[in-house]
Design a protein around this ligand. Structure first.
Ligand SMILES: [Zn+2]
Length: 475
């Protein structure tokens, strides 16, 4: 089959493979601006740096858009067994934990399968619950930390411990809602706790957290590679740039953010051959609640109907094949097959969508979208590995993976931008609801409302919890 893009492909691929630009950018994002966690000095610093780079690449009107979000500042946290033995552990608070102190009996729920919270409700009431980050064996979908947290709260937990499933990776972080003191422990300390519980029958644990929930300003970075047509239609390619505060967030997300910058650089070099504008974005505050993408879809609501396609490249420069998980667009299969054939590089694709990254707010607003990655590898994945731990550092990222990602996705976007007839369907609200249901995420989506209604019945509520309850929307 002939490849109508062969000359452009050669230009793009040779440019990418004779440059170390994404690695140079990654070094600055990680080693100079650290975690880029919302509200930290590295947040604004990294945003200004990314805008400067986009301008250097010829995207003169690149800019950043500020918005306010519920921020959070970590304080020291402590956890100890208080009876029948005395033992102190290292721990970290989970983002959005309230400051507080709670001493209660420990309930260990293992991987925290969906049905266990209701079954063990009597035990869980007023206790401190501990669950592992591992997905429950036999579960048909991945059970996210926030779901385990919300189900624990609904069953009456007054403190929460998240235990890393991986040895030697320290505690794993991740946001929850500001309701009870919530912490994370490493695998080894978690195992000690479970052994003590097994031996003693009952164990009392005390958690003390000193964190702060407060509003902060964070940002979305926006740079447009112009198209040659006058049409209003455009594409969005994006990755969040914020990492968790304990980590450089090098693979997740910075490897994705520098891939977006690289795509901007090379697409701008062929812009006279690009039909529709490609908006390159780095989203803020994904880790603590998809705030950047929610903010964008709210602030640009009138414009969303003009988006041909949104490609989310969260953590896209890690190891693995660089394909696309379409968020349920079988009508694009022919287009994808043809693209895969022309790229002459592995480009696996399939269908599915989950609510845990920046494509989600776009998906909910009927924008056709997809996520970078390897759908086959994702199916057999057992979890995050060193992701969301302090070990997600620059030394884990390889230039060739960044190049592979940039080479595949820039050429994919070129084809989406230039497709004569773009046939991706905009889903109706009903179709979206039905698809969410089919994937088993409908309950997850409703859980947050249930938790809010339940917490409202509590007599005493922490001021941070009250703020959270009174917030109008989730961003
Ligand atoms: Zn991410």
């Amino acid at each position: 089959m002939s490849n109508p893009y062969l000359d452009l492909d050669k230009k793009i691929v040779s440019e990418i493979y004779t440059s170390s630009e994404p690695m140079e950018n990654l070094k600055i994002l990680c080693d100079v601006y650290d975690s880029r966690f919302p509200g930290t000095p590295g947040d604004l610093g990294s945003v200004k740096y990314m805008v400067k780079k986009l301008k250097e690449y010829g995207i003169k009107d690149a800019y950043y858009e500020p918005f306010k979000i519920p921020g959070w500042k970590r304080g020291p946290a402590k956890v100890s067994i208080t009876s029948p033995i005395k033992h102190d552990f290292d721990c970290i608070s989970l983002p959005h934990s309230i400051a507080g102190e709670i001493e209660a009996k420990l309930v260990w729920l293992g991987e925290g399968a969906v049905d266990i919270y209701e079954k063990r409700k009597d035990e869980i009431k007023d206790s401190i619950v501990m669950v592992s980050s591992a997905n429950p064996p036999g579960a048909t979908r991945s059970l996210h930390r926030t779901e385990k947290f919300m189900r624990s709260i609904l069953a009456g937990a007054k403190g929460w411990i998240f235990m890393n499933q991986y040895p030697a990776y320290g505690p794993q972080t991740g946001g929850i809602s500001p309701i009870v003191p919530s912490i994370s422990v490493c695998y080894e300390d978690g195992m000690f706790l479970t052994r003590t519980l097994e031996r003693e029958g009952e164990v009392k644990v005390k958690i003390k957290t000193t964190d702060k929930n407060m509003d902060v300003t964070t940002y979305n970075v926006i740079g447009d590679v112009p198209g040659t047509t006058n049409s209003k239609e455009y594409l969005v390619v994006g990755s969040h740039y914020d990492g968790h505060d304990i980590s450089q967030g090098a693979v997740d997300p910075a490897s994705g953010a520098v891939t977006v910058l690289e795509i901007a650089r090379v697409l701008n070099m062929v812009k006279d051959k690009l039909k529709h504008r490609v908006r390159c974005m780095c989203f803020g505050a994904e880790e603590t609640g998809l705030y950047g993408s929610y903010a964008y879809t709210a602030m640009h609501e009138d414009d969303l109907k003009n988006i041909r396609f949104m490609l989310n490249l969260d953590a896209a420069g890690g190891a693995g094949r660089k394909g696309v998980r379409l968020h349920d667009h079988p009508e694009l299969d022919e287009f994808m097959k043809k693209t895969a054939d022309e790229l002459k590089s592995p480009f696996p694709f399939g269908h599915g969508v989950g609510p845990y990254s920046d494509h989600w707010p776009f998906y909910l607003k009927s924008v056709p979208c997809g996520s970078g990655g390897d759908i086959d590898a994702a199916r057999v994945s057992t979890g995050r590995g060193y992701g969301h731990s302090k070990y997600d550092t620059l030394d884990k990222v390889e230039l060739e993976n960044l190049q592979k990602a940039a080479a595949n996705y820039s050429r994919f976007l070129l084809r989406v931008s230039n497709a004569e007839k773009w046939i991706a369907r905009r889903k109706t609200k009903t179709e979206i609801d039905e698809f969410i249901k089919k994937q088993g995420y409908n309950e997850t989506v409703q859980l947050a409302d249930k938790v809010k209604a339940y917490v409202r019945t509590w007599g005493e509520i922490h001021p941070d919890t009250a703020d959270w309850l009174n917030r109008k929307s989730d961003w």
